[in-house]
Write a protein that binds this ligand. Structure first.
Ligand SMILES: [Zn+2]
Length: 304
């Protein structure tokens, strides 16, 4: 990225090819991909959280809840009258923020998801997303940065690997894909040939070092997703930009394997940016993304 500002790359090119939809919630940039599929982007905040509203004949699924800075529930109500299930790809702060105002929520069933739902996240963890130059758009009316936290939320559907979420005329297949976090899922729409990748792939700084992450599991998940390549053409990531060529999943697998095997010598050393999680990290830069892993991945290897 060099010495520029994070927002210098905005708007990303793909958005010029999509229909922009004006809504009453300008915190979010909304784009129509199909009449049944919207991309909802928080491009006023550093994480560029990207949500998807997938509308079936009976109901809709909202993939991820974003930072919680805006009122995602009210925005979604402008886009569809159908009942909405909020489905989280995982429970990190930039995905669960908007959760507690939704009636129907689906999360992968493991200890991390259970804890997220029962505890929510406090001001410290949520406030990370507001620090420094992280926010470059005016806060929505009613948002109070001093008292920003994620309240506990009620999960109405605990997901397991292989679950099918039926929207009526459209189904999403749940794939447990740990590595970025234990509770991470991707969603496969075989009919539309889309893979919703969550944080396993996006064109930005991907990580396996955060709490609940595991690089070996990350490699395994990439391998599984590459094995499913015959069933998708496009990746729908949870950050930055939608509609990335499916072949990029192969690039991510190769990157993760090369790092894991110690084959790459060019990286930058840094510290984790997460609060209360100050571990050394190595960041490896590739063409469309970077991948950061715990530095002790390599010392563990040397010991065994
Ligand atoms: Zn994320």
């Amino acid at each position: 990225m060099g010495g520029g500002n994070w927002w210098d790359v905005l708007p990303r090119e793909v958005y010029s090819t999509l229909d922009r939809v004006e809504t009453g919630h300008p915190w979010y940039s909304v784009y129509r991909i199909h009449d049944w599929l919207y991309a909802i982007l928080e491009d006023g905040q550093y994480d560029e959280a990207l949500m998807y509203l997938v509308i079936g004949e009976e109901r809709a699924v909202l993939v991820d809840g974003g930072t919680g800075i805006g009122r995602l529930d009210l925005l979604v109500a402008e886009l569809t009258e159908k009942p909405v299930l909020l489905l989280l790809t995982h429970t990190h702060n930039d995905h669960i923020g908007g959760c507690s105002v939704f009636d129907e929520i689906a999360v992968f069933d493991d200890a991390m998801g259970r804890e997220s739902a029962s505890e929510g996240l406090g001001r410290e963890k949520m406030g990370e997303m507001l620090e420094g130059d992280a926010v470059v758009r005016e806060y929505p009316p009613g948002f109070d940065p001093e008292n920003f936290y994620a309240p506990p939320y009620v999960v109405t559907r605990w997901l397991v690997d292989g679950d099918v979420v039926d929207l009526g005329g459209r189904v999403l297949e749940v794939l447990h894909t740990p590595g970025h976090s234990n509770d991470h899922v991707c969603l496969l729409d075989r009919d539309a040939r889309y893979l919703y990748t969550g944080d396993i792939y996006y064109t930005g700084a991907v990580t396996s070092y955060l709490p609940g992450g595991d690089h070996g599991a990350f490699i395994e998940s990439c391998r599984r997703l590459v094995g499913l390549m015959p069933f998708y053409d496009w990746l729908m990531p949870a950050h930055n930009e939608p509609l990335v060529e499916g072949g990029q999943m192969g690039e991510m697998l190769r990157a993760a394997e090369d790092i894991g095997a110690g084959r790459l010598s060019e990286y930058t050393e840094r510290r984790s940016v997460a609060a209360n999680y100050d571990v050394p990290v190595r960041r490896f830069q590739f063409d469309r993304f970077s991948l950061s892993v715990r530095a002790d991945l390599f010392s563990d290897k040397a010991k065994s």
